[in-house]
Design a protein around this ligand. Structure first.
Ligand SMILES: Cc1ncc(COP(=O)(O)O)c(C=O)c1O
Length: 370
């Protein structure tokens, strides 16, 4: 356990220790097959993931950003097209749109869930919009019923950014199995994380699954035959065998994340901080536990002085990031995003974290607000 006076924001060392022996044994077996790229380990993982999520097709890729890029390319989104995306998200959601040569159409979020506001999507849709990219931020699905109905009405695909929300549920479906494509990241701190980079695309459409399979691997149909201009974006088999091991306990991991979140919510409920809500039709997986307070900076200073890790996700809206300043948006167009940038703060939450850390963190936060 880390030093009790020093609580990290995230700590993977204990998790690694739990998987070390089993992973090394799998790597040993893999070494004997000599198949380090794609092959049976990756195929096995893809089938297991498809079964877990109840989706027809899973195509693993090198990272979550590539997953979005490849999904957009599969729909032919490119130069001259626009993609609707929330302004309050991790940079990669928007960067992926630029990487295919399209233009992001940034829209504001909802107050209660940090996710894209369907009303703002409706206001933004026009002929140039070729996809909608909701992000299930922090682990909570966006309002997908509304978003899907806008997609259907205008005949445009909905590509879910599920990087932070593996295992989340919207009504009866897992995140990534609600829109046309789900794009996931296996970055180490995610709910299902590799010990390196990784990602995947989920879809129920065979035709698109085939297309993304080709795109991730140079468009190869058979040796020396290339049907599409693709890229190199394959999941390493070394990560695939780890992810197969970790998938077996991902439901327990999510349960533990939710337990820790409940403990935080209970201890903070009588204090003037906004805590993440449970919405009736959605299951949050708490990849990130984010509170809001007008006293955010004071809380941050206090945590820092008590050697407690925290993060600000995200202090700056996308439209103020240097590459996007030229799009000409103003802060006034995004009141909810601007407010979130000012008052969010994310507290440590990872499955191996002891309950006492939550208690200590809440003690410090509450003392700051008393
Ligand atoms: C919301 C969101 N989208 C996309 C990504 C990109 O994933 P990756 O880092 O695997 O490329 C991330 C990664 O943190 C993310 O949080």
């Amino acid at each position: 356990m880390p030093n009790s006076t020093n609580i990290p924001y995230f700590d993977l060392t204990h998790q690694f220790a739990n998987y070390r022996t089993a992973w090394l044994e799998e790597i040993e077996r893999l070494g004997q097959t000599g198949n380090f790229i794609l092959g049976s380990a990756v195929n096995k993982l893809e089938s297991e993931l498809a079964e877990y999520l109840g989706v027809n097709h899973v195509v693993t890729v090198a990272n979550g950003t590539d997953a979005i890029v490849i999904a957009l390319r599969a729909f032919g989104v490119g130069s001259g097209d626009t993609v609707i995306v929330p302004n309050f998200t991790f940079y990669a959601s928007v960067e992926a749109i630029s990487l295919v040569g399209a233009k992001p159409r940034l829209v504001d979020i909802c107050q209660d869930d940090f996710n894209i506001d369907p009303k703002k999507i409706r206001e933004a849709v026009d002929d140039r919009v070729k996809a909608i990219l909701p992000v299930h931020l922090f682990g909570l699905p966006a309002n997908m019923k509304e978003i899907n109905s806008i997609g259907e009405e205008y005949g445009i695909p909905v590509i879910e950014d599920v990087a932070q929300a593996f295992g989340s549920v919207y009504r009866d479906a897992f995140g990534g199995n609600i829109g046309d494509f789900g794009c996931f990241s296996f970055y180490p701190t995610k709910v299902l994380g590799a010990y390196g980079d990784g990602g995947m695309i989920t879809t129920n459409c065979e035709e698109y699954a085939e297309k993304v399979r080709l795109l991730r691997n140079h468009g190869i149909t058979e040796p020396n035959q290339h049907e599409l201009i693709g890229c190199t974006s394959r999941l390493d088999a070394v990560q695939a065998v780890l992810l197969s091991l970790k998938l077996k306990s991902v439901s327990q991991v999510i349960k533990r994340r939710r337990e820790l979140a409940d403990r935080y919510r209970q201890l903070l409920q009588d204090y003037p901080v906004e805590i993440p809500k449970d919405l009736p039709d959605r299951k949050h997986v708490f990849n990130i536990f984010t509170i809001r307070s007008p006293e955010r900076n004071k809380i941050a200073d206090s945590l820092q002085s008590h050697k407690i890790g925290y993060q600000i996700y995200y202090p700056m809206p996308i439209h103020n990031q240097i590459p996007y300043q030229g799009l000409g948006y103003s802060d006034e167009e995004f009141p909810k995003t601007m407010q979130a940038c000012r008052d969010v703060l994310s507290l440590p939450l990872y499955p191996e974290m002891p309950d006492q850390h939550v208690d200590r963190i809440c003690e410090v936060v509450c003392a700051t607000l008393d």
